[in-house]
Design a binder for this molecule. Structure first.
Ligand code: PXG
Length: 289
C-alpha cells in the first residue's frame, strides 16, 4: 500500500507525520471518505467541494487547488492499482507548537490520501437488515461544532459508537438537544411511510451526506415523494421501512430500533429498489481514471 503525504508516496510503515501536527494535537483538520467503483470516483467533485467548504469554515488554507487535489487522489488510486476503493482524504492544519494558535502552523497543511478497501458490515446485514439503538450522547450542537464541518474532531461520533457497541449494536441514532432524530454516528437516516421518503433536514444538525443527496436524487427521479422533515423516535419506530446511508456503508436496511420492529422486520421493497438504483448510479456518475 502506498500512501500520499504532501506530494510524495510512502509505504504504509514509512507513512508518518509529526507529533506536533495540530491534526493530532487538536483534531484540527478536515477529512472525506470517498469511494471508487470500477475506476469511477463517485461524486468526486461534491466530496472535494465539501472538503474545501469545511476547510474554509475553519479558516484553513489548503495549498492545493481543487484540481490538484483531485489529480493527487486519482494518482493515489493508480499507484495502488485499485479499481474499487475506499479513499480517506485528510487535510490537517499541519505542524505547529504545543499551543492552540493556528498561526504557528502557517501555510504548512498536511495532505494525506489513503486508498484502501473497506467492508463496514457483513453481507448478511444488507440482506437481513441492521438492528440499531438510540444512544444517550446527543449530536454536537451546530452552534458549538457544526456537524456540517467534516472535521478530524469526531469524538462526538466516537462516543455514540462506543455506547452502541457497549450495548451490543453496530450503529446508533443520535438525537439533538431537543430530542429530534438527527443521524447515526457515521450515516444519515431515512424512513419510508406510505410510499413517501423522509430524512431529517440539514438545519437539525446533521452532516449533509453525499450518499444522502444521491438517494434523494434517485428517489425523486423514481417519482417517490421525498421530504426533509423533523422527526421524533415515534415516527421512526412506526415507519414502514428504514435505512441508513453513507459512503462507507452505502445503503443499509434497518429492521429494528430500540427493540421496536420496523415494518415486517425484513428489508423493505422500496429500500431494496433504492439500493439497486443507487448501485446503477455508482456505475455512471463520477470522475473516470
Ligand atoms: N453522517 C456522519 C456523521 C458521517 O460521518 C455520513 C453521515 C455519511 O456521509 P456521506 O457523504 O459519506 O454519504 C458520515 C460519513 C465509519 C465512518 O467508519 C463513517 C463516515 C466517515 C468516516 C468513517 O463508519 N461517514
Amino acid at each position: 500500500m502506498k500512501i500520499y503525504i504532501n506530494g510524495k508516496f510512502y509505504e504504509k510503515d514509512e507513512a508518518k507525520i509529526s507529533v506536533f501536527d495540530h491534526g493530532l494535537l487538536y483534531g484540527d483538520g478536515v477529512f472525506e471518505g470517498i469511494r471508487a467503483y470500477d475506476r469511477l470516483v463517485f461524486r468526486l467533485e461534491e466530496h472535494i467541494d465539501r472538503l474545501y467548504e469545511s476547510a474554509h469554515t475553519i479558516m484553513m488554507h489548503i495549498n492545493l487547488t481543487k484540481k490538484q487535489m483531485m489529480d493527487a487522489l486519482v494518482d493515489t488510486l493508480k499507484v495502488n492499482r485499485l479499481d474499487n476503493a475506499y479513499i480517506r482524504l485528510i487535510v490537517t492544519r499541519g505542524e505547529g507548537d504545543l499551543g492552540l494558535d493556528p498561526r504557528k502552523c502557517a501555510g504548512k497543511t498536511t495532505v494525506i490520501i489513503i486508498a484502501s478497501t473497506i467492508v463496514l458490515y457483513p453481507e448478511r446485514f444488507y440482506k437481513e437488515g441492521l438492528s440499531i439503538i438510540t444512544v444517550p450522547t446527543i449530536r454536537n450542537l451546530s452552534e458549538a461544532l457544526n456537524p456540517q464541518i467534516k472535521s478530524l474532531n469526531y469524538l462526538n461520533n466516537v462516543l455514540g459508537k462506543i455506547e452502541a457497541v457497549n450495548s451490543g449494536y453496530d450503529e446508533a441514532i443520535m438525537l439533538n438537544s431537543q430530542g429530534f432524530v438527527t443521524e447515526c454516528t457515521g450515516d444519515n437516516i431515512f424512513i419510508i411511510k406510505k410510499g413517501e421518503l423522509y430524512t431529517p433536514p440539514q438545519y437539525l444538525g446533521i452532516l449533509r451526506g453525499i450518499t444522502r443527496d444521491a438517494v434523494l436524487d434517485v428517489a425523486s427521479k423514481s417519482r417517490i415523494p421525498t421530504y426533509e422533515r423533523v422527526m421524533t423516535r415515534h415516527e421512526v419506530y412506526n415507519a414502514d421501512e428504514c435505512f441508513l446511508t453513507g459512503t462507507a456503508a452505502e445503503i443499509i436496511p434497518v429492521v429494528k430500533i430500540d427493540g421496536r420492529v420496523i415494518g415486517n422486520g425484513t428489508p423493505g421493497n422500496m429500500t431494496l429498489n433504492l439500493i439497486k438504483k443507487f448501485k446503477a448510479l455508482t456505475k455512471k456518475e463520477g470522475i473516470r481514471y
